[in-house]
Structure formats: C-alpha cells, structure tokens
Design a protein around this ligand. Structure first.
Ligand code: NAD
Ligand code: UDP
Length: 313
C-alpha cells in the first residue's frame, strides 16, 4: 500500500513510518518540521520505499501517485509547543484537516485522524469513555489545541456523512518514548532530562494530578490496528494505557530509575491543567483486540537510555 503519514518526522509519526516501512508499505512522510526533525527519520531517508515532503498541511497538498491510506498526525502536541502559535495550531486542525480530508476523498483513501484525550478537557467522568463529551474551556490557552482537535473530529464525521469517506478517529492519551523532543516541556521528557542532569525536578502544583502513560510502540500498534479495522469502525476510540499515576509518583519513579540526586521543587500549575486523566479502553480491546503491553517501568528505562545517548551522558 502507499500510505501518507503527516507529522511523520515527529515523535509518534517517525515510529509509525518505521513500522509501516517494515511491514512492506510505501510511505510518504509529510511534515513542516515545526516540532519534528529530519533527524527522527534519517534512518529512512535512503530507503527507496520512503519519501519525505516538507510541507505545511495548512496549504493544499497535491499527490498524483495513488494513495491508499492517510494517517494525519500533523499538529504540535505538547502544551508548550501548541501554544507558541495558537492560531496556526487551530489552522492545522481545521484548514489542515480539511486539506487532508480532501486529499483522501480525491484518492478514495481511508484517513485516520489523531485526536486526543484533551477533548475531554478537565474530565468530570473518570476513567473517560468515548461517550463522555468532555469539559473544555473554549477560551483558555489550551483551547487552540483542545477545541481544534474537537473540530477535527467533527470535520471527519461530516466528510463521512456527506461523502461516504472512510474515517478512523483515535483519541490518544499521553504517550512517551524515545525521540521525544528535549524542549517539548512534556512531563516525561522534562523529568528525565532534569533527573539525568541532577537538576531540580519541576512538579507543577502539588503533584496530585494524574496522567496515564502509553509507550510509543504500543500506541503505534493501536494506530495500525485502527486504520486496518472494519470499515464500519469509525471511532472515536481511546488509545492509551490505563495505568494511572500522580505526577509526584512519576517524579519519584524517574529519580529512582536514573539513580539521580535531583530534589523535587513545586511550581505554579498551568491554567486549565486537567486534574486527572485515564482512558477507558474497553472499545479498543473489543473492537481492535488491542491492549498495551509495555509496563511503565520498562518503557521509562528504554526512554531514559535513549535520552542518555542523545544527551551524550
Ligand atoms: P510531535 O510534535 O512530535 O509531532 C507532530 C509533527 O507534526 C511534527 O513533526 C511537526 O513538525 C508536524 N507538524 C506540526 N504542524 C504541522 C503542519 N501544519 N503541517 C505539517 N506538519 C506539521 O507530536 P507527537 O507527540 O508525535 O504527536 C503526533 C500527533 O498525535 C499529534 O497530532 C498530536 O496531537 C497527537 N497526540 C499525541 C499525544 C502524545 O502524548 N504524544 C497525545 C494525544 C494526541
Ligand atoms: N508537569 C509537571 N512538570 C513538568 C511538566 C509537566 O508537573 O515539568 C505536569 C503538567 O502540569 C501536567 C502533567 O505533568 O499536569 C502532564 O503534562 P504534559 O504537558 O506532559 O501533558 P498534558 O498536560 O498535555 O497531559
């Protein structure tokens, strides 16, 4: 199959491209390199089955070769990065998604849209099932991403209803692993870098807020399972690891795994920071026969090893 992966030079996208190439596909990676890097895909650049197009999906994309599938991951994902240019973040999730839906329609291709657990906002229902419609502040600093992703889901369903387009929507919960950018400000990358450098570990608020962390290899298998599921399965479907942790527990675990002398310091909690987050993955288990298998400790160890190498420690 010929498969387009937008955001393919990013953290999750680069792992997805590798996996799709390994399965014998032709992959066209489309990325504007805003948060991604050619370094993430350097191992693929010489592969004749891999093509890289530097392009911003906010602009229309024309591809003449027949495309079978599109994975749309193009959007900055970390709180720090998607707030750098909030208007562009909204454009990626509206104009950009319309462009990719149009491309899918032109080719009769199936499209998978990567939505997010952020559509649940600060959830009043716990753990979060797909039926929960969320509690999002539409005017806060996270809204460019949260509301943007909510509109992206709406657009997919409207193209599906109006044009019969085959759509797949996944709501990804916090994912971590090798190749996370150093400067993305996400909790796993921040804590690992701080711990490896024996610098203070910055916990925002009292650290009682929770997240549930999926290892990137598990997530990528979930994306591929969803893309290749029966036509009737449109989603939205949650993909994540239901193992829930407080940020204080995570900090202590990373300090222990890195044998670090870092001390914990507390800083202000960002505006609208969700208090807890945990996926209900009943649907993914039943419909996709997908289940995350990498325990947090094992995934963190692999991630720490990757960060040590990249930091030359
Ligand atoms: P990332 O920032 O590493 O990857 C995003 C990629 O998209 C980058 O390579 C970036 O350069 C590219 N990009 C951004 N805007 C673009 C545009 N307008 N045109 C073309 N390329 C563009 O983030 P990630 O963690 O790999 O996330 C990938 C996708 O998964 C995102 O859509 C994100 O919203 C979603 N997601 C990720 C997580 C997570 O925990 N990592 C959780 C929920 C959802
Ligand atoms: N966080 C933290 N210290 C950091 C970075 C993040 O305590 O150095 C907290 C953040 O406030 C949030 C959680 O960790 O409660 C997860 O943050 P991240 O940005 O990784 O993901 P998101 O909030 O988008 O789920």
């Amino acid at each position: 199959m010929r498969i387009v992966v937008t955001g393919g030079a990013g953290f999750i996208g680069s792992h997805l491209c590798e996996r799709l190439i390994a399965k014998g596909n032709e992959v066209i990676c489309v990325d504007n390199l805003f948060t991604g890097s050619e370094n993430n895909i350097k191992q693929l650049l010489d592969n004749v089955h891999f093509q890289f197009i530097k392009h911003d999906i906010v602009q229309p994309l024309f591809i003449e070769e027949k495309i079978d599938q599109i994975y749309n991951l193009a959007c900055p994902a970390s709180t720090v990065q998607y707030q750098l240019n909030p208007v562009h973040t909204i454009k990626a999730n509206t104009l950009g998604v319309i462009n990719m839906l149009g491309l899918a329609r032109k080719h009769g291709a199936r499209i998978l849209q990567t939505s997010t657990s952020e559509v649940y906002g600060d959830p009043a229902v716990h753990p979060q099932p797909e039926e929960y419609h969320g509690d999002v502040n539409p005017v806060g600093p996270r809204a460019c991403y949260d509301e943007g992703k909510r509109v992206s889901e709406t657009l997919c369903f409207d193209y599906h209803r109006m044009h019969g387009l085959e759509i797949k929507i996944v709501r990804i919960f916090n994912t971590y692993g090798p190749r996370m950018a150093f400067d993305d400000g996400r909790v796993v990358s921040n804590f690992i870098i701080q711990a490896l450098k024996n610098e203070p570990i910055t916990i925002y608020g009292d650290g009682s807020q929770t997240r549930s962390f999926a290892y990137v290899d598990d997530l990528v298998l979930g994306l591929i399972a969803m893309m290749n599921s029966k036509k009737e399965i449109t989603g939205p479907i949650n993909l994540g690891n239901p193992g829930e942790k407080t940020m204080l527990e995570l900090a202590k675990q990373i300090i222990a795994l890195t044998d670090s002398s870092s001390k914990i310091v507390h800083q202000d909690l960002p505006v609208d920071d969700p208090r807890r987050r945990c996926p209900d993955i009943t649907k993914a288990k039943e419909l996709l026969e997908w289940n995350p298998t990498v325990p947090l400790e094992e995934g963190l160890k692999k991630t720490i090893t990757n960060f040590k190498t990249r930091l030359s420690l």
